[in-house]
Design a protein around this ligand. Structure first.
Ligand SMILES: C[S@@+](CC[C@H](N)C(=O)[O-])C[C@H]1O[C@@H](n2cnc3c(N)ncnc32)[C@H](O)[C@@H]1O
Ligand code: SF4
Length: 487
């Protein structure tokens, strides 16, 4: 797409708006425009308002849209510009493509953060009006964002700079799912690394708890994620959990999650160990309850395997069960996903997380397959809409949300919980609410501190792949302690 921008315009913002309608569109700087798309945007200030015109040409179709946004006292001038530009570009793209996005001109990954900020100075009704009329959200998405923002805000009050969480990474999986881009090793040869990986991991777990103590922080949540942590055999799992248990009295934690994930790795013996060492929350994920789709996406487990694993988890007495679903998966359709949601609701888990299928470059299903969006857009939209309606009707509370780039239909990922069963780590992590120490390959440590009312964040990245992690010798303790000591 060729862009001609004149006035105070953030090019990246305009590009991200266009990408919601034209997946994978490129914006060549000097090269000839080859896709027949040309967008001209003009913005200027006139009589206390920002005026914007967007003129879009697509082959032989042309459309021109205008937006005018008045400056207001509570909104920064930059934001007023952004809204006027967003409205004009959004309306032009929507008109030519015949598509819409429930999130209107909100292109960011955390729409509920924008909404939480609005709720600080507006009533719920005023916020809803702003979302509908200025940000062009659909009624359903505006209501969802408001609900999530209120719940997130309440959860965030439970933490502060004195608390932290710990993420432990187990980047191994029984097989590679074709939609997934998480760093994870699958295959017999790579599994031979697990014993030495765990030796180093256990050593780093001890070091990290030591650092946490030196920094004077209290651990709120521990999240063992992946990959598939339950791929470990019972003795390996016990060894890792007992290492954690020697570092902290796990009964003092607000939440202790084990991401089981793949049903084909969950056994009664592992669950018994998990419960004994204080795990309070566990995920067992079907993604979809459709055997044909499960086979096509390379999950290598059946619906029956999921139901059996779910029953085992339920019997284990672990307090909180989460199930992850993906809406709009390749090969899935609305009726199949609707039945997945209905059957999951019947199982009555404490948490349900509904992801929207996202096409990732590092996955086997890649973003260069442009048809993938066209094929799955409508399924994703109707599936997500159904999941919202069905889960809300059954009393599930939406408490966290985020969006990703390259999601079919620009939809969102939403975490739902029963009253009192919110997944705290997810909210703290997503909102940068407190420090998170990441241990293991691919994990990120995020140091968070507020100084003079300003949030300061520093990220330290572990080596990405297990074989690199095994060789790494970095010791960041001094760097971490200095971050907290600095006034
Ligand atoms: C880190 S993965 C680990 C979960 C576990 N290994 C499993 O597969 O059950 C967490 C979740 O991200 C979601 N996910 C992964 N790739 C995705 C994609 N391309 N689009 C949407 N959701 C995705 C899945 O729902 C998955 O359960
Ligand atoms: S979705 Fe889960 S099991 Fe599948 S490859 Fe990704 S992390 Fe592994």
């Amino acid at each position: 797409m060729k862009l001609n921008l004149s006035g105070k315009i953030n090019k990246i913002y305009v590009q991200s708006l266009c990408m919601m309608f034209y997946h994978g569109v490129k914006f060549p700087e000097n090269e000839e425009n080859t896709d027949g798309l040309e967008l001209t945007v003009n913005v200027s200030e006139h009589k206390n308002a920002v005026h914007c015109t967007a003129f879009l040409k697509s082959g032989d179709k042309e459309v021109s849209k205008e937006a005018k946004c008045e400056f207001t006292e509570e909104e920064s001038a930059d934001r007023t510009y952004k809204i006027a530009i967003g409205q004009a570009v959004y309306m032009a793209c929507a008109c030519i493509t015949g598509r819409s996005s429930g999130y209107g001109i909100l292109t960011g990954i955390r729409p509920s953060k924008v909404v939480a900020a609005l709720l600080e100075s507006h009533t719920e009704k005023e916020t809803r009006d702003i979302l509908l009329n200025r940000y062009l959200l659909s009624c359903d998405k505006a209501d969802l964002c408001i609900e999530v923002a209120k719940n997130e805000t309440a959860i965030l009050k439970r933490t502060d700079d004195g608390k932290c969480s710990i993420y432990i990474s187990i980047p191994f999986c029984p097989s590679r799912c074709n939609y997934c881009s998480f760093i994870s090793y699958a295959g017999k040869k790579l599994f031979s690394l697990i014993p030495s990986y765990l030796d180093k991991l256990n050593c780093d777990i001890r070091k990290t708890f030591d650092t946490v103590k030196k920094c004077g922080l209290t651990v709120s949540c521990i999240y063992i994620g992946g990959g598939t942590p339950t791929i470990l055999d019972p003795s390996q799992l016990e060894n890792m959990l007992s290492t954690v248990g020697k570092c902290i009295d796990t009964s003092t934690l607000d939440e202790y999650t084990l991401e089981g994930g793949r049903p084909d790795t969950i056994t009664d013996e592992k669950l018994l160990i998990a419960k004994r060492y204080g795990i309070t929350r566990i995920s067992v994920n079907p993604q979809t309850l459709n055997d044909t789709v499960l086979e096509k996406i390379g999950r290598r487990h059946t619906v029956e395997d999921f139901l059996t694993a779910y029953e085992k988890v339920k019997r284990s007495g672990i307090d909180c069960i989460n199930t992850d679903l993906i809406a709009g998966l390749d090969y899935d359709d609305f009726e199949s996903f609707k039945s997945t949601v209905d059957r999951i609701i019947e199982l009555d888990p404490h948490n349900v997380t509904v992801h929207s299928f996202c096409v990732k470059n590092a996955a086997q299903i890649r973003s260069d397959d442009k048809d993938i969006y066209e094929k799955n857009n409508d399924t994703a939209r109707s599936s997500v809409d159904y999941s919202i309606k069905a889960l809300l009707e059954k009393g599930y509370i939406p408490y966290y949300m985020y969006r990703q780039k390259n999601t079919v239909d620009n939809s969102e990922n939403v975490g739902y919980a029963k009253e009192g069963a919110f997944g705290l780590y997810n909210v703290y992590m997503m909102s940068d609410a407190h420090t998170v120490f990441g241990i293991g390959a691919g994990a990120t440590t995020k140091l968070v501190k507020h100084r003079d009312g300003k949030e300061e964040i520093k990220r330290i990245f572990s080596k990405k792949y297990p074989y690199e992690y095994l060789k790494a010798e970095e010791d960041e303790e001094q760097e971490i302690i200095s971050f907290f000591e600095r006034s």
